[in-house]
Design a protein around this ligand. Sequence first.
Ligand SMILES: NC(=O)C1=CN([C@@H]2O[C@H](COP(=O)(O)OP(=O)(O)OC[C@H]3O[C@@H](n4cnc5c(N)ncnc54)[C@H](O)[C@@H]3O)[C@@H](O)[C@H]2O)C=CC1
Ligand SMILES: Nc1nc(=O)c2c([nH]1)NC[C@@H]1CN(c3ccc(C(=O)N[C@@H](CCC(=O)O)C(=O)O)cc3)CN21
Length: 284
Amino acid sequence: MIQEKEHKGVVFSCEVFPPKRDDDIYQIYKTLDEIKTLKPDFISVTYGAGGSNSKKTATIAAYIQNICEVEALAHMTAVGMDEASLRALLFELKKKGVENILALRGDKPRTMSQEEFDQRYFKYATDLIPEIKKNGDFFIAGACYPEVHPESKNQEEDIQHLKQKVDLGLNCLITQMFFDNNAFYSFMDKLEKAGIDIPVHAGIMPVTAAKQLGTSVTLSGSSVPVEMSNMIAKYGENPEDMKKAGIEYAVNQILDLKKHGVAGVHIYSMNKADVTKQIYEASF
Ligand SMILES: NC(=O)C1=CN([C@@H]2O[C@H](COP(=O)(O)OP(=O)(O)OC[C@H]3O[C@@H](n4cnc5c(N)ncnc54)[C@H](O)[C@@H]3O)[C@@H](O)[C@H]2O)C=CC1
Ligand SMILES: Nc1nc(=O)c2c([nH]1)NC[C@@H]1CN(c3ccc(C(=O)N[C@@H](CCC(=O)O)C(=O)O)cc3)CN21
C-alpha cells in the first residue's frame, strides 16, 4: 500500500493509460519495464470511459504491482457503475494484489447519452468513496482542481465539495494538470484555510507535441501561460525541438514546485517512458 508518511523527500509518481487495442498490451509492459527503473513511489493507470477498459486497468495495475514491484494506483470512475459492478471490480483488484485506488466520478463517455449521464447511479466521487471503504481496506486517492473543476460555479463551492471528499477518508489528492505554478500555490493556500491537510501531488503534463495541448486543455480547462503559447509558436512545427522544449518546461515547473515544498509530483507520462525518464533525471 502507498505509505506517504514514511516517505522522505518529494514523492515521485507517474501515470499510464491502457492501450486502445488489445494487441498493444505488450507495448505498455515494455514502457512500464523502463519506467520502473526510475523507482517511482507509485504508478497510476487510467480507467476507460464507462468501464470498457476496466479489465485492462486491473490487468495493467497487477503487472505494475506484482511484476514491476511498484505500488499501483488503479483509477476507478463511478460514471458507468452501480453497487454490484463496483463490488466486482474491487474484488478483482484485491485478488490481483492492488490496494490503491483513485476514486473519480469520471468523464461522460462519448457513447453515453446526456440522459444516461444525468441518471448515473453514483453522482459524485463523494458517493463512491464510502462504497470502496465498505468493501475493503484500500488506500484511496482523489482528484482536485487548482483552476476549478469546469462544472463548478466557483472555487469556494469546489473546495467545499473537495473538503467533503477528504473528510470521507481520502489518503491523498492528485491535481488536475496545470501549467502555471502560481495557480497551484494560491490553491494550496485556500486548501490550508479550508482545513485540508492531506498530501497533494502536483499533476504535471509534459506538452511535447503541439496537438497535445488542445486535448489536454479541453479535458482540464487549465489556463495556458504566455510562456507556453510562445513555446508552441516557436517550436510547434519542429517535433524534435518541441519535445525538448516541452520537457524543459515541465522540469522548470517541477524544480520550482520542489523549492516551494510540494508533497509530490505526478507526471502524466502518457505512456512515454523516454520523456518521463528525461524529466525525472533533470528534476529529482
Ligand atoms: N484520470 C485522472 O487522473 C483524472 C481524471 N479527472 C476527471 O475529472 C472529472 C471529475 O472527477 P472527480 O474530480 O472525481 O469528480 P467530483 O465528483 O469530485 O467533482 C465533480 C464536480 O462535481 C462537484 N461535486 C463534487 N461532489 C459534490 C457533491 N457532493 N454535491 C454536489 N456537487 C459535487 C465538484 O465541485 C465538481 O464540480 C472526471 O471526469 C475525472 O475522470 C480529473 C483529474 C484526474
Ligand atoms: N477530465 C479529465 N479526464 C481525464 O481522464 C484526465 C484528466 N481530466 N486529467 C488528468 C489525466 C490526464 N488524462 C489524459 C490527458 C490527455 C489525454 C489525451 O491526450 N488523449 C489523446 C491521445 C493520447 C495518446 O495516445 O497520446 C486521445 O485522443 O485520447 C488522455 C488522458 C487522463 N486524466
